[in-house]
Design a binder for this molecule. Sequence first.
Ligand SMILES: Nc1nc2c(ncn2[C@@H]2O[C@H](COP(=O)(O)OP(=O)(O)OP(=O)(O)O)[C@@H](O)[C@H]2O)c(=O)[nH]1
Ligand SMILES: [Mg+2]
Length: 441
Amino acid sequence: MQRSRNGRKTQTGQAANGAGVSNPRAKQRALAIGIAGGRADTDPLAELKELLRTAGVATAGEAMQQRDAPDPDRYVGRGKLDELKEQIAACDANLVACDDELAPRQERNLEAALGVPVIDRTAVILDIFADHAHSAEGKLQVELAQLEYNMARMRGLWTHLERLGAGRMDGGIGTRGPGESQIETDRRLARDRIAALRRRLVRLQRNRGVMRTRRDRSSLPRVALAGYTNAGKSTLLNALTGAEVGVGDRLFHTLDPTTRSLELSGRDYLLTDTVGFIEKLPHQLVEAFKATLEETVLADLILHVVDAGAPEERRQADMRAVDEVLEEIGAGVSPRLLVLNKADLLDGENRDEALMLHPDAILVSALTGEGLDELRKRVEQAFEDTLAEVELLIPYADGARLSELHEVAGDLDREDRPDGVFVRARVPFAELHRFEDLVAA
Ligand SMILES: Nc1nc2c(ncn2[C@@H]2O[C@H](COP(=O)(O)OP(=O)(O)OP(=O)(O)O)[C@@H](O)[C@H]2O)c(=O)[nH]1
Ligand SMILES: [Mg+2]
């Protein structure tokens, strides 16, 4: 009961976990609207349209307003409203989608003035996440983010549902006006549910913590893929490790983290692919996905994957958005390598330009394999400084120590001597203590 109540409150009318609803948005036609600041973008609503496409909503028309900041009451200026109304009628839209997150008041006023439901960028992103969440943890995380988003909006939502009539309600509640007490009940239910979700997430994450400790004990160097959604992180994970993570030309295809081992010169590394970022990523999602993003925070090295096929202006904006999220989750200072992916989409001139603009970057194509050897080398190099060269003598009776060494040091330069195996190896500083007793005289 409680669940369906909450589920009903997603902005596009989809159940929170997407289950049991056969694409309810297929017939939705949105007028996409946005505010253009100073920057002149050739297609300022391109990303919103892409988000809508991913969410299964058709873009019927688009409108921009030139102003420094959104109007605090209705997002666009008062004078723009009539124009928008005409446009809604002309393009037969039944929904308005806004490129920024709206304050509840802006949303309410816009809906009242325009006469169609208004959703904001955050609602669209939350909807996509709800649709793409597969794991138990992912679903809980998304539901938590949605509830927090909706908490602030309950009054607005009630007005909205009321206007849509009782047909949208699960049995009669909407036939009378909700009134303050209903809103209060609703808030309390939402708060209870939020608390319950948090508890369940903590339990799930504790289990994952156990798994991670086990992995930590193997003390393999950790590398994380991070980057804008659709940059090609999962494709790169697959290309480097032979994994078969799902790839898709849509936003936020990956939500759950996947870790695979990557072998370079006989040494194992752990490579993790996880959820992608976007400009103005709803903070509720960053909050809810904190544990998932921990894989990125704990990495020794972050591969920042950028879609090199995008124009430089877009690349810069994407990179800034990624920097901001990394900062927010506490990975702002982690060592990073910039990986310009989709090199196959660039011609010679564009390649030169990209490398000139990003001299430290590595140009690769996860699709064709170009540049991957160079990337592997650069990953190894990044860990060079964390390695110490040692000479050890391992008695023949200590075969287990030899394989232990092999695990942390990769390929070994070995020589059989009368008193044991003499090895020259590069061991991570952090692991050196384990082999102190074997240091050759
Ligand atoms: N041309 C080209 N396309 C690529 C390359 N790498 C990935 N793609 C395509 O880009 C799209 C997104 O790839 P993904 O690997 O799913 O991207 P992602 O970064 O994991 O995206 P999310 O999981 O949604 O954040 C897919 O259609 C891929 O086939 C590449 O090197 N060249
Ligand atoms: Mg992915």
